[in-house]
Design a protein around this ligand. Structure first.
Ligand SMILES: CC1=C(CCC(=O)O)c2cc3nc(cc4[nH]c(cc5[nH]c(cc1n2)c(C)c5CCC(=O)O)c(CCC(=O)O)c4C)C(CCC(=O)O)=C3C
Ligand SMILES: [Fe+2]
Length: 388
């Protein structure tokens, strides 16, 4: 463990056990008539790759060399990102769960960076007569790319489509600390440790030391440092983006019997930008090399920053990190992401139930916070110190 990522003890237990935030007050519960799944989007053919990458990086100062490099990841997969099919599968699974609970809400789909775009989804929602729409974003954590940028996209798209005032969009709260997200990850962690143990036993190294690497997307350090609130920074002794991940890593390691006594660390992947700009570190590949030098025999890689096995998972982990581990002679297991795991699907519908008013305006069901902490207002009150 490096100092930066060691769990921080706190003498302020109250602050870590406050109630689940961001539920609408009773009087604010609205009769939603539709759900919108809002996601990143991805190319579905070779001729989509460059226009998609230009959409993602517009105004972000990403050098052309980086785009060319990332384009090769998509090209190697016929220009197709798996993310769109994963979102279609997610919608189908949610539809089945909703139907099973007799909740009659259609699910629409829109993306930030590729077809179907938010504008198309908004226009379709309006054309079909919807006004109050519950929006589920495919990111578990709060951060600029995973939360705030979506809210900015929605505002801009409402203005551009002339639907401001006509569509009322309410975004479902972050869910990284909810059972929907943590239960499947507990299962993946247990299975990952068991797999690396048996790989090592098979290689005649039953006592080989294992490390769990919890991996998430790197972001520019300056962006991470702008996020509030101060109370989380103080509690964890790090930026709020890292703190969210550290809290889940600490929780999972404590909740899973198979992981007892095993070392672990939060690491980062998919660094972008220009080389001079600092991004959150350590990079997973650097850490694997360091761990090999430090005498570890195997790594369990938990891609808990993501909810599906999209391109950044299959390329940066299944291709690059795996290769690094092989070069270093380490046993390697890449755990799955929550995808359409039944507990993720039912848990998401429980969370949406907090917003979907039933008889008498009461929520239909409630999510369950498994990870202690007051995770309210991660980017709003006391949030971004300055606009980006
Ligand atoms: C925090 C975070 C998440 C997790 C939260 C969430 O899920 O939202 C995430 C997810 C994703 N990122 C993805 C793809 C890309 N991200 C890029 C670039 C960037 N990501 C950033 C951050 C994040 N990204 C940032 C700060 C940049 C720099 C440019 C900018 O400030 O916006 C680039 C440009 C090329 C490059 O530089 O890599 C691509 C192609 C895909 C789709 C994969 C597929 O196609 O299957 C997904 C789900
Ligand atoms: Fe990204």
């Amino acid at each position: 463990m490096t100092d930066t990522f060691s769990p921080v003890a706190t003498d302020n237990d109250d602050a870590r056990t406050a109630s689940v935030p961001q539920q609408p007050a009773e009087g604010e519960l609205r009769p939603y008539t539709a759900i919108l799944l809002a996601s990143f989007g991805g190319p579905e053919g070779q001729d989509h790759v460059i226009p998609f990458l230009r959409n993602v990086t517009r105004g972000k100062g990403i050098p052309d060399e980086r785009l060319e490099e990332v384009a090769t990841h998509y090209r190697a997969n016929d220009g197709v990102s798996p993310i769109n099919q994963q979102n279609r599968d997610l919608i189908a699974a949610l539809e089945t769960e909703l139907a099973g609970r007799e909740i009659d809400l259609p699910i629409y789909w829109g993306n930030r960076n590729w077809d179907p775009y938010f504008a198309d989804a908004f226009k379709q929602l309006a054309a079909d007569g919807h006004q109050d729409v519950l929006v589920l974003v495919t990111s578990a954590y709060a951060g600029y790319s995973s939360n705030d940028q979506y809210l900015e996209d929605f505002e801009r798209t409402l203005a551009e489509t002339g639907l401001k005032g006509q569509l009322n969009l309410v975004k479902v709260r972050q869910f990284f600390y909810d059972k929907a997200f943590t239960r499947p990850n507990e299962e993946f962690l247990a299975a990952g440790v068991q797999d690396v143990r048996s790989q090592l036993a098979g290689a005649g190294r039953p006592d080989g030391k294992i490390k769990v690497l919890f991996v998430t997307h790197s972001i520019p350090t300056a962006v991470a440092q702008r996020q509030g609130p101060a109370r989380i920074k103080e509690l964890f002794g790090t930026d709020v983006y890292t703190a969210q991940h550290q809290a889940i890593a600490d929780y999972l390691m404590g909740a899973v019997a198979e992981a007892e006594g095993i070392d672990y660390q939060v690491v980062f992947q998919s660094r972008s930008g220009s080389p001079e700009t600092p991004w959150l570190e350590p990079d997973i590949n650097d850490q694997i090399e360091e761990d090999a030098a430090a005498g570890y025999a195997g790594v369990v890689v938990m891609p808990f920053g993501f909810i599906s096995d999209h391109m950044e998972v299959i390329w940066d982990l299944d291709t690059e990190a795996k290769e690094t581990a092989q070069e270093q002679g380490l046993a390697f297991h890449r755990a799955p992401t929550v995808g359409t795991h039944p507990e993720f699907i039912s848990g998401l519908v429980d969370i949406m139930g907090e917003y979907i008013a039933g008889e008498g305006g009461q929520p239909l069901a409630s999510g369950e916070q498994t990870v202690p902490g007051d995770w309210s207002d991660l980017t709003t009150e006391g949030g971004w110190d300055t606009p980006l």
